[in-house]
Design a binder for this molecule. Structure first.
Ligand SMILES: Nc1nc2c(ncn2[C@@H]2O[C@H](COP(=O)(O)OP(=O)(O)OP(=O)(O)O)[C@@H](O)[C@H]2O)c(=O)[nH]1
Ligand SMILES: [Mg+2]
Length: 213
């Protein structure tokens, strides 16, 4: 028996990779097919070294499924992973809204923000031998369409503009509406990069908060 238990929620726009990140973390697998989450999918994992049982609530992101009805799922959460897709900057813009909505229910709890699908940008850079700067946005968009990424994924928001790491970094280091630094990483559910690190860091912070008093 482990000593602690905590609920964490995983939030962010539709198709950013929430379910894929949880699957990678809990089961160590990746699936390239997209099935939008309807409602909530709960997964459990026991971290013996941290003495905690995590109850991970993977929440739907598509606005068309119960518009604006997320808040009830946040009750009791002690930590959150907020995900955006670094190939679609609109999903990064929305991160502020996700955090604001979360804090309205939970108060300020530990959060960890992931810029997911890093592998796609890496492939793009490798193939084109260029970095994803402003000047390559059109090229990037065309690349995404030609590679057939998101063939069946998105009905809306089919514009691909990558989020520069510098913008993410600045935002996380206080240039955000919350006035504090936000733990963050770039990740890939496909390769597994930084997935364990993000969830484990959040879990550690939660345990720390529990034993602090
Ligand atoms: N290349 C790549 N594809 C990814 C990654 N993460 C997720 N995907 C793909 O993106 C699509 C959406 O992933 P999901 O994990 O279902 O997204 P979600 O955020 O749970 O979506 P909703 O449940 O609708 O909110 C799927 O086709 C995944 O295979 C990643 O890191 N790299
Ligand atoms: Mg999902």
């Amino acid at each position: 028996m482990v000593k602690h238990a905590a609920k964490i929620v995983v939030l962010g726009d539709g198709a950013v990779g929430k379910t894929s990140l949880v699957r990678r973390y809990v089961k160590g697998r990746f699936d390239k097919n997209y099935i939008a989450t309807i409602g909530v999918n709960v997964q459990n994992i026991v971290l013996n070294d941290l003495d905690i049982h995590l109850n991970i609530w993977d929440i739907y992101g598509q606005k068309s499924i119960y518009p604006g009805k997320h808040s009830s799922n946040y009750i009791g959460a002690e930590g959150a992973i907020i995900v955006f897709d670094i190939t679609r900057s609109i999903t990064f813009v929305h991160v502020n809204e996700w955090i604001k909505q979360l804090y309205e229910t939970t108060g300020r709890i530990p959060v960890f923000v992931l810029g997911n699908k890093y592998d796609i940008l890496k492939d793009f850079e490798k193939k084109g031998n260029i970095t994803y700067t402003e000047r390559t946005q059109k090229e990037f968009h065309e690349y995404m369409l030609s590679e057939n990424y998101y063939r069946n994924v998105l009905s809306e928001e089919k514009t691909f503009t990558p989020v520069p790491y510098s913008a993410f970094y600045k935002w996380a280091n206080k240039k955000n509406p919350f006035g504090h630094k936000i733990p963050h990483l770039i990740s890939s559910a496909k390769t597994g990069a930084n997935v364990n690190r993000a969830f484990n860091t959040l879990a550690k912070q939660i345990v720390y908060n529990k034993i602090k008093y």
